[in-house]
Structure formats: structure tokens, C-alpha cells
Write a new protein. Structure first.
Length: 288
């Protein structure tokens, strides 16, 4: 399969940009607060939007006829058609420059900044990076480098390979258990307008894609870790956050967040662990 991929043709799309506009409304933020069971009041006009909540805006609006069998759009204004049908979150790098406030008019410029073909333990992979810059009337607010991986199709009925990772080492004083469930995953899918069936259609996830259960969204675990970092920041502002996906998480068992301060408290190392205690997500946050 790898030999059939014309990676040079795909890479010619690098540098393409798309500009979009939105408004930072309060309603989806309230939805995120209750979905993640946060003890926070509903946001009001002018309130600062917390790190990661910008994911409730600039939703991908594709008509039903433009969706593939997995529920995701078959085409994008930014990406070329991909030869591999399966798509997964691979990680993100966030820079928080200026706060977004409820009521702000937003402008987002997205650029296709990288596209590469690699060979992984599960076969050929295409890695894609989109750099999304969000602006308010006050200037640049967020730079969000979004990494996606495209994989070859697994024959129906075949178990999807799940990479096994080690547990983090050292003293980890911060710990929180996340009780993930189908309702929370459905709510998050709805709030982010994510139609990927692996997150809410158990029959599709287990039979067609070969997973042991519903897959936890990569951005869902990312938000859990961002909130985890914020809760241990001592009131300081998060300035950067990076996350790398190491293995998927599922709704078949709770997962655990662990972390520790680093760089004399100026940053934090964070992990989301599977029910077996192995690394699923690895993250780092820095504080102002």
C-alpha cells in the first residue's frame, strides 16, 4: 500500500490557507463545563474563555452527502483527498498569547504546514499538521498546531492494533481518575460537531474498526489534561501546552491523569494513563 502513495503530490498542498470567522458565544462553554463536570459558573459576556475551550468554535459544517462511512467529511477546504481512510488525533501544540472573551468576534487562519509518510507498527501512516491561528480585535490569541494521522483500513472483524507503552517514571504527586462514559463522549461529540462514529457508535467502533469499545476523543483527553494543569497552576496563566498521543483510550474502563511540577514550578509534566497504568497521552504545560 505504501508504494501507491504519491507523497510528493500530497505535499504540494503544503502552504495552502483557509480563513474563517466565528463569534465566541457562551452556550457551548456552559456545555463544556457540565460535560467535564467542572465546578465553575456559566460564562457571562466578557468573561475569559479557559484554555482549550476554543475547540467549541469554528466547527466543521459538512452536509450529510459529504460524510464518509466513518462519519467524517470526505473532503476539506484545506486538505487534499487522502489515500488512507482512517483518521486519528496525533497531538497538538498550543500557544496562548491573548485571552479570548465571551462575545469576541473571532478570525481563524488555518494553514497546512506539514504532510509526511511514515511506517509505523500498524503499517503505513500519513501525518498531517495544520497550524490554526485565532485572532480577536485585540490581536493574536491562540496558535494551535493540530496533528492528525491517517491510517490504512483494517478489514472488518479484525482487531485494531493498540500500541502498548510504559508507565511514567518518578514521583507523581498529582492524580485524578476520569470516569469516562458514553453520555460524556456523546456530549463532547455534539459540542464539537465531531461526527466520527468511533466515539458514539459502539457497533461500528468494535466491529468495523476493531476497537475494544468507544474511543475517547484525543481532544477530550487533551481538555482533561488542560483542566488538570490549570487546577495545579496556582492561579497562573497557561502559556503553552503540548500533547502527544501514544495510544488510544476507551470507555471500557476509567483512565487516570497524573502529573508533577517541573522547572522549579514554571511548568508541569502530565500524562493520561490507561487502566493498566501505561501512557496514552503525554503532555507538558508552561505557566506565566
Amino acid at each position: 500500500m505504501t508504494a501507491t502513495v504519491d507523497i510528493d503530490a500530497l505535499r504540494r498542498h503544503i502552504g495552502k490557507t483557509v480563513e474563517e470567522h466565528d463569534v465566541a458565544t457562551a452556550a457551548p462553554l456552559h456545555g463544556l463545563i457540565v460535560t467535564f463536570d467542572r465546578d465553575e459558573p456559566p460564562p457571562q459576556e466578557g468573561d475569559i474563555i479557559q484554555p482549550g475551550w476554543h475547540g467549541a468554535y469554528f466547527l466543521a459544517m459538512s452536509r450529510k452527502a459529504k460524510l464518509a462511512a466513518d462519519g467524517l467529511p470526505i473532503e476539506s477546504a484545506l486538505l487534499p483527498p487522502m489515500p488512507f481512510p482512517r483518521r486519528m488525533y496525533a497531538g497538538a501544540e498550543l500557544e496562548f498569547h491573548e485571552s479570548i472573551r465571551v462575545g469576541d468576534r473571532l478570525r481563524r487562519v488555518s494553514e497546512l504546514t506539514d504532510l509526511s509518510l511514515r511506517e509505523g507498527s500498524t503499517g503505513a501512516l500519513i501525518f498531517v499538521t495544520q497550524t490554526r491561528s485565532i485572532f480577536t480585535s485585540r490581536g493574536l490569541a491562540i496558535v494551535d498546531r493540530w496533528h492528525t494521522v491517517f491510517r490504512e483500513q483494517v478489514p472488518a472483524g479484525t482487531q485494531s492494533a493498540v500500541p502498548k507503552r510504559d508507565a511514567p517514571e518518578g514521583d507523581l504527586p498529582w492524580r485524578r481518575t476520569i470516569e469516562v462514559d458514553p453520555v460524556s463522549l456523546f456530549r463532547y461529540s455534539a459540542l464539537t460537531f465531531n461526527p466520527h462514529r468511533i466515539h458514539y457508535d459502539r457497533g461500528y467502533a468494535t466491529t468495523t474498526e476493531g476497537y475494544p469499545g468507544l474511543v475517547v476523543h484525543g481532544p477530550y483527553s487533551q481538555q482533561c489534561l488542560l483542566d488538570f494543569a490549570r487546577d495545579h497552576a496556582g492561579g497562573r496563566r497557561i502559556t503553552t501546552f503540548t500533547q502527544r498521543a501514544r495510544a488510544p483510550l476507551f470507555d471500557t474502563a476509567p483512565f487516570t491523569l497524573v502529573g508533577r511540577p517541573a522547572d522549579e514550578g514554571r511548568s508541569a509534566e502530565l500524562w493520561a494513563l490507561s487502566d493498566q497504568g501505561t501512557i496514552a497521552m503525554q503532555a507538558n504545560a508552561t505557566f506565566a
